[in-house]
Design a protein around this ligand. Structure first.
Ligand SMILES: Cc1ncc(COP(=O)(O)O)c(C=O)c1O
Length: 415
């Protein structure tokens, strides 16, 4: 049993949970690791690592196709994970949960299968200046393919969407909107429920990129009202190469398959191929079964702590981190939205962010540096990149203090 499960229904007890994460127990450059890069990829608890290993040791087979025991077990684990994900985000049906390799694949699926057949020259897709490249480039591709145009909702200098302009951009020729839930570069939490309401008033479907939403807050897709919601396993303490596309069943029903191959068909002949029913229609080929088993274990882990507890704890820690960063002379915070989650980007004096990241690494502090796959955000602020510290529920105030001390050391070195 993990410490999270033992502690069920209590406030996050971070010191105990940290013990569940083997990677956090190591030293880097002779210092205990301070991991402040969970927005890139979160660490995995031992229960996730063990669930994958256990599956590999005992149950590994292929899904949906065998009559033998191992194939049954693999299928049960894989389909059980689908049910778990459905409950975790409160989808109305298991047919609304598609296993993918991650947010990127989920968004490309919607771009190609939902949007491409719908669009023609002159139509518009609306996205924002705040997005990760995964929520920009798939739309640029489909625009090139169809002659549609990409509209961009700008941000203000705090890193918040300019919602007044949103109303102006929402015209009759907008066919689709793709909006991030939480910005990976700035931490801004967007008011997606309100955005969905406004878009739906004009019959415009909305995809929400939830890659940075799911790890930090309770997600209820029915309450948000969105049409699609995409996220990645590795940012929510699960394995890489796993992810989810949630979509409303009636939309999925009407969409053609995206990729063809095994498992997504009922019958194949050279005259006519009949596609499988939902959700299998969108899952061609052998999936990442062991990864999905790990993803289910990650959900168990998170649910034992409770997403609301995690959100409250992280908000407090984020506020502490921002207050401490503000005390550092020469600090410029990038992204100061009113509503934020777990991420802070910054620049220190005129130290290049890669140099800063390297000096911090020598003190055992892991941060991310660069453009964070959000170049338009960097362009907005007229910079090439930032240093970014991102938090998870396994971080604590000592981690923040170590970050601040390491920044002090960097200032000394750069004199
Ligand atoms: C907001 C956001 N969207 C999409 C992605 C892409 O996720 P993945 O690489 O797991 O597909 C990321 C990854 O950093 C992200 O932060």
């Amino acid at each position: 049993m993990t410490n999270a499960q033992k502690n069920r229904s209590h406030e996050p007890s971070v010191e105990i949970y940290r013990q569940d994460f083997p990677a956090l127990q190591q030293t880097v450059s002779g210092h205990p690791l301070v991991y402040l890069d969970s927005a890139s990829s979160a660490q995995q608890p031992a229960s996730v690592i063990e669930a994958v290993a256990e599956y590999q040791r005992n149950d590994h087979s292929n899904v949906h196709r065998g009559v033998h025991t191992l194939s049954h077990r693999a299928t049960e684990a894989y389909e059980g994970a689908r049910d778990k994900i459905q409950g975790f985000i409160n989808a109305a049906s298991r047919n609304e949960i598609i296993h993918t390799s991650g947010t990127t694949e989920s968004i490309n699926l919607v771009a190609q299968s939902y949007c491409r057949p719908l669009l023609s020259a002159g139509d518009k897709i609306l996205t924002t200046e705040l997005e990760h490249h995964s929520n920009i480039v798939p739309w640029q591709l489909v625009c090139e393919q169809t002659g549609a145009e990409l509209l961009v909702l700008p941000i203000d200098d705090r890193g918040q969407l300019n919602l007044d302009e949103f109303d102006d951009l929402l015209t009759d020729d907008v066919r689709f909107a793709a909006i991030g839930h939480v910005s990976n570069a700035l931490g801004t939490i967007n008011p997606v429920k309100k955005i969905v309401e406004k878009a739906h008033a004009l019959d415009i479907p909305v995809l929400v990129d939830g890659a940075q939403g799911v790890p930090h807050m309770q997600i209820d897709v029915q309450d948000l009202g969105c049409d699609f919601y995409a996220f990645s396993g590795h940012k929510m303490f699960g394995p890489t190469g796993t992810g989810v596309l949630y979509g409303r069943e009636e939309l999925f029903d009407a969409m053609p398959p995206w990729q063809g191959g095994g498992d997504m068909i009922l019958e194949v002949s050279f005259d006519k191929t009949i596609y499988n029913e939902l959700p299998y229609k969108f899952e061609a080929g052998t999936p990442n079964i062991s990864g999905v088993v790990g993803l289910a274990a990650a959900i168990d882990y998170l649910q034992a702590i409770g997403m609301r507890n995690i959100a409250a704890y992280e908000q407090d820690l984020h506020d502490y981190m921002v207050a401490e960063l503000k005390q550092v002379a020469g600090m410029r915070l990038i992204g100061e939205a009113r509503h934020k989650a777990s991420v802070q980007s910054f620049l220190l004096d005129d130290i290049h962010s890669h140099d800063l990241g390297t000096i911090l690494d020598h003190q055992g502090v892991a941060i991310r540096t660069g453009h964070h796959c959000a170049m338009p955000v960097m362009q907005h602020f007229g910079i090439s990149g930032t240093s970014r510290a991102s938090l998870a529920f396994y971080n604590n105030r000592d981690d923040v203090d170590r970050l601040i001390a390491a920044l002090g050391k960097a200032k000394e070195i750069f004199g």
